[in-house]
Design a binder for this molecule. Structure first.
Ligand code: FRU
Length: 481
């Protein structure tokens, strides 16, 4: 189908589903979602000529994966978003099965996209083309076709180019699999963006002290933060180990030092970015204020995906709120961008309560679209549990130094949990939207992200302490974006 017909077909799908979607109480209020169909990875994040651009993997036709478009939102302030015409539509031979993930840069005043053209032959065979598209207004894109070709060191699991400039040279990292079926990151350089030179493998599943970190690394991102070079990757095929790597696929980072222009990248351990259930394929960009901002897909391709209750309303998945990344030692800290404070409806409501071996609940405290800041003082308790909207349970076990998030499984309502080690609980900063939660612990040193589907009217918040605590709670209702 040609571009115009494909676009018409997508618009019709959006139109036909509008009413159905408007009736959905789980439609989010301050997160980016697809107008209909399925959304996955954030793509092409950029602050271009004063406007923030967020593109995303989009299947307009089904709430399932398929031949992806690049949907497009713009904003002046990271809060109010405007839906734009899809930037990429998969109508050319080299992308017939999807304009897969990629990135954006500004070059000679133009907004340039790099993405993967995906061509499938049956279930297992595929071709991959790293393509370029250019725009002078940031809204309409002209495709330039494939520019970066698959070197013979990799299988055709080779995708998601992330391009950046360092010391006047363009570089690209591409998510890849080597011929031994190990996940790696391939590194390229270019002086003109059209011809790319393969430098080699920057990092990989069994390199640099790693024993085995999966069979494929998707969505790499590589950037300088302070004096360090940070590599984000989303590895597939990592085995669960204790509380680690519990999701089907992971997203995490390495901190290291890159000898610019070479494959020499000495890095430390792989650390998961998010400890919750729904977080994958994050991407970052630097804005004009010099902040490194990350947005992730608040979802994941797993067995549960098909059981999300929004599917019957014709849509599925969303993006996370924008989070600023800050380096503290060898750890990445995530902070909700300060702009989000504009969402607050009124002065916060404050509660301050001392509890000892007791349970206390507030019928309306949690809210449905809200922000909660909870400070814990004089915490001496075997466990402290917070129940949110009768659906989420956050538990801190002080003896075991363990923080746990529980929710009800989409498939059958059974309780499932994710945990992380936490030596001390000082503060929780919680963003609640109609069907999502993002929990920033102790200033963002650990983060839990999850979708959940509670009774839309339930706003209860309850605390149960085995021991004692002095709680300072501040709550704001938030407006829709
Ligand atoms: C990650 C991913 C990418 C790919 C895209 C396709 O979720 O699998 O590797 O480009 O999704 O939608």
């Amino acid at each position: 189908m040609n571009q115009v017909d494909l676009l018409q077909k997508a618009y019709k799908k959006v139109e036909d589903n509008k009413e159905n979607i408007q009736l959905d109480p789980y439609r989010l209020h301050f997160h980016l979602m697809p107008p209909t169909g399925l959304l996955n990875d954030p793509n092409g994040l950029i602050h271009y000529k004063g406007t923030y651009h967020v593109f995303y993997q989009w299947n307009p036709f089904q709430t399932a994966h398929g031949s992806k478009f690049w949907g497009h939102y713009t904003s002046r302030d990271l809060i109010h978003w405007q839906e734009q015409q899809p930037a990429l539509v998969p109508n050319e031979w080299y992308e017939k099965d999807g304009c897969y993930s990629g990135s954006a840069i500004e070059a000679n005043g133009e907004l340039v996209l790099f993405y993967t053209g995906n061509v499938k032959h049956g279930e297992d065979k595929r071709e991959t083309y790293q393509c370029m598209a250019v725009s002078s207004d940031g809204l309409k894109f002209e495709k330039k076709g494939p520019v970066l070709f698959l070197p013979e060191e990799y299988t055709s699991h080779f995708r998601d180019p992330k391009v950046w400039k360092r010391e006047d040279v363009w570089y690209a990292v591409v998510g890849a699999q080597n011929l031994n079926k190990e996940g790696v990151v391939a590194l390229f350089s270019s002086t003109n963006l059209k011809e790319w030179n393969h430098i080699g493998i920057l990092a990989g599943s069994k390199l640099n002290g790693l024993t085995d970190l999966g069979y494929m690394w998707e969505c790499p991102d590589f950037f300088k933060l302070g004096e360090k070079d940070v590599l984000l990757v989303s590895p597939q095929g990592v085995e669960a180990k204790g509380h680690l790597y519990q999701n089907e696929f992971q997203s995490g980072y390495f901190i290291g030092k890159w000898k610019v222009g070479t494959t020499e990248y000495l890095h430390g351990e792989f650390t998961e970015l998010d400890r919750g259930f729904d977080f994958y394929a994050p991407q970052t960009f630097e804005d004009e204020r010099g902040r490194r901002i990350m947005i992730g897909w608040m979802g994941i391709t797993d067995e549960q995906e098909v059981y999300q209750p929004t599917i019957e309303k014709g849509w599925v998945h969303a993006l996370t709120i924008p989070r600023e990344l800050v380096l503290e030692g060898e750890k990445l800290i995530q902070k909700p961008v300060t702009e989000l404070k504009q969402l607050r409806q009124e002065d916060g409501i404050k509660y301050n309560v001392k509890l000892e071996n007791e349970e206390k609940s507030w019928e309306k405290l949690a809210g449905v679209v809200s922000e909660l800041k909870i400070r814990f003082e004089h915490l001496e308790a075997e466990t402290i549990e917070l129940n949110i909207r009768s659906h989420l349970k956050l538990t801190y076990n002080q003896d075991q130094n363990l923080f746990t998030l529980q929710r009800k499984r989409f498939k059958d309502g059974k309780v499932e949990s994710r945990s992380c080690e936490l030596p001390k609980l000082e503060e929780l900063y919680i963003y609640l939207d109609t069907s999502s939660v993002e929990i920033f612990i102790n200033g963002g040193s650990e983060v839990f992200t999850a979708r959940f589907f509670a009774d839309p009217k339930d706003e209860e918040f309850a605390v149960n302490v085995k021991g004692q605590v002095h709680l300072f709670i501040e709550k704001w209702n938030l407006v829709s974006r």
